[in-house]
Unconditional design. Structure first.
Ligand SMILES: NC(=O)c1ccc[n+]([C@@H]2O[C@H](COP(=O)([O-])OP(=O)(O)OC[C@H]3O[C@@H](n4cnc5c(N)ncnc54)[C@H](OP(=O)(O)O)[C@@H]3O)[C@@H](O)[C@H]2O)c1
Length: 258
């Protein structure tokens, strides 16, 4: 997989997705950038074209909206996507019964629905061509229940389970799937989710988006089904296997509560 590829990155307007787009461009790969913020993506596209001479298409879409997703897929009907990066995602903070149900449903639509649909739309072509990569950005949130971020944690558990399952199915096809799990990372995520003052982001180490992207990028090319960024995150995920699930839920509730 060292020659030129066409790479679709969702959530490429900022944060981890933007850093991933930079890594692909620096290695000479062409890009399709997807998010809602067209201006931010146009600025990134201009920068990457100039710095690396790659082709960059900007495809604004609201991934929470099935009609917008269908239009995106239709616009890409003649484009072979060799690498799909499902990175777009967001969270929310609070007791589930107090949160806005519509916002929680749109979180499911982006974190789970769009990731599953785009994988389903582009994976068959990769298998047919005998080469490809799927990189799904999950989270260490996916390893335990997450009181006060119940839907977000559940969506990331789905991403890990789904990705590990298709990674198994893809053995021998020339295509791999990787679930990458960042821990707390400096991006717009915490502010948007309302978690920037929570212990998860104030009490421990918070990674840079560039470091997380680099780790995910290497894991994806290596074809790893699952990769966790950082030793302490890895330890945390590992330890949840041994204690009662009620204990990890209690610890997580402390990290997630205001
Ligand atoms: N930051 C962390 O602490 C952390 C930890 C673990 C995992 N993650 C995961 O990492 C991934 C990237 O998040 P980030 O930290 O880089 O956050 P971010 O800076 O807030 O970026 C989120 C990206 O998702 C896009 N997005 C959100 N809703 C969308 C929608 N409806 N349609 C299209 N695009 C949408 C945003 O673009 P527009 O707003 O322009 O649409 C933006 O580009 C997410 O899946 C997140 O769950 C983050």
């Amino acid at each position: 997989m060292s020659d030129k590829h066409t790479v679709l990155v969702t959530g490429a307007s900022r944060g981890i997705g933007l850093e991933l787009a930079k890594l692909f461009a620096a290695d000479g790969h062409d890009l399709v950038l997807v998010a809602r913020s067209a201006d931010a993506m146009e600025a990134l596209a201009a920068e990457l074209r100039q710095a690396h001479g790659v082709e960059v298409r900007v495809e604004p879409a609201d991934l929470g909206d099935p009609a917008s997703r269908a239009q995106l897929v239709a616009r890409l009907a003649d484009t072979s996507i060799d690498v799909l990066v499902n990175n777009a995602g967001f969270g929310s903070n609070g007791a589930f019964h107090e949160l806005d149900v519509d916002a929680e449903m749109s979180q499911l639509a982006v974190n789970v629905g769009a990731l599953t649909e785009l994988t389903g739309r582009f994976l068959p072509g990769m298998v047919e061509r005998g080469r490809g990569r799927v990189l799904n950005i999950a989270s260490t949130a996916g390893f335990q229940a997450g009181p006060y971020m119940a839907v977000y944690y559940a969506t990331k558990a789905y991403v890990i389970s789904f990705t590990e399952a298709i990674a198994f199915e893809l053995k021998g096809t020339g295509v791999t799937a990787t679930a990458h799990c960042p821990g707390a990372t400096h991006t717009g995520f915490a502010l948007q989710a309302g978690t920037s003052k929570n212990k998860l982001f104030t009490a421990g180490a918070v990674a840079s988006a560039a470091d997380v992207a680099q780790h995910a990028y290497a894991a994806m090319w290596a074809g790893k089904p699952l990769a966790i960024h950082g030793f302490s995150n890895w330890m945390g995920a590992f330890m949840t296997r041994f204690g009662p699930r009620s204990v990890s839920a209690r610890i997580t509730s402390v990290l997630n509560k205001h």
